[in-house]
Design a protein around this ligand. Structure first.
Ligand SMILES: [Zn+2]
Ligand SMILES: [Zn+2]
Length: 278
């Protein structure tokens, strides 16, 4: 029997800020946005600038099914694409927006996004999104079921202001998205190890190399070497390096890719347009 498709496609792979320079375009210059399809259902993770291209593709396919959009958190590099997500301006469409890092701070996703989309920061207010949009705030640790048969586990991550990790379970397989996160010195974060245990694919915040990291302690990001250690400890499948530093050009990322594949064969660098299956 044919398995229903379970795919992950990258629309934006950078952290921090877009970097559309020619020597960075092979991996891509857009910020965080990942599309996961579970059979006919679509989940979107983060609304970085990559979301704009995803929206245009959905429009060109006249694909206006219900989508869920899960925010890892609301730093600018994870929300800057939202005002330019054209399907959200069409009243035929319906979106559910979710975030798990704000409730503990007494904030709500809707109010945070209102601040982004209002004059003088943006010419029109959030209400201009004519699609039917519902906003949900949950707590890390909650288990969500956006569609029957699709289970989403959630985890609080160590990041300034908080962030949420997601584990998407579908058809007895699992993919995890763990960004933005900083490790605790040399210690393994056992909550992450348990969370990603046995997952087929683990997308991990690999902003820095271990050599660079000491200059960025406290900035809320991790290294590909830490990603390897976590995946090894968890018996996880493929490690996907994500949230690339905008200062890293294609040549630099090629070197990281080779080093990573040498240490843990099968590991890959996220790149715009890359599609993965478990
Ligand atoms: Zn980020
Ligand atoms: Zn962040």
């Amino acid at each position: 029997m044919k398995r229903p498709r379970f795919t992950m496609r990258f629309w934006g792979v950078r952290g921090t800020v877009p970097c559309p320079q020619p020597d960075r375009l092979r991996y891509g210059g857009n910020t965080s946005c990942i599309e996961v399809c579970c059979g006919d259902e679509r989940l979107i993770f983060d609304a970085g600038t990559g979301l704009r291209s995803l929206g245009n593709e959905l429009l060109s396919n006249e694909d206006s099914r219900l989508s869920h959009l899960f925010f890892t958190h609301t730093h600018l590099d994870h929300i800057a694409g939202l005002p330019f997500f054209r399907p959200a301006y069409d009243s035929k469409n319906h979106f559910e927006f979710w975030a798990g890092h704000l409730g503990a701070h007494g904030l709500s996703l809707q109010n945070v996004l209102k601040q982004l989309m209002q004059p003088p920061l943006f010419p029109v207010p959030l209400d201009i999104l004519h699609a039917c949009v519902s906003f949900h705030d949950f707590l890390p640790g909650d288990v969500l079921e956006p569609f029957p048969g699709v289970r989403l586990r959630t985890l609080a991550l160590n990041h300034p202001g908080g962030a949420t990790g997601y584990r998407i379970e579908f058809n007895k397989q699992a993919m995890c998205i763990i960004t933005d996160v900083e490790h605790f010195g040399d210690d393994r974060d056992n909550s992450i190890v348990e969370f990603i245990r046995g997952a087929n694919i683990v997308v991990y915040d690999c902003t820095y190399t271990e050599e660079e990291y000491p200059r960025f302690v406290g900035w809320g990001h991790s290294t590909w070497q830490q990603g390897v250690r976590l995946c090894e400890a968890a018996g996880a499948g493929r490690l996907v390096a994500f949230h690339h530093d905008p200062e890293h050009d294609d040549a630099f990322l090629d070197k990281v890719a080779a080093a990573m594949d040498h240490v843990r064969p099968g590991s890959v660098m996220a790149a715009e347009g890359l599609t993965l299956r478990p």
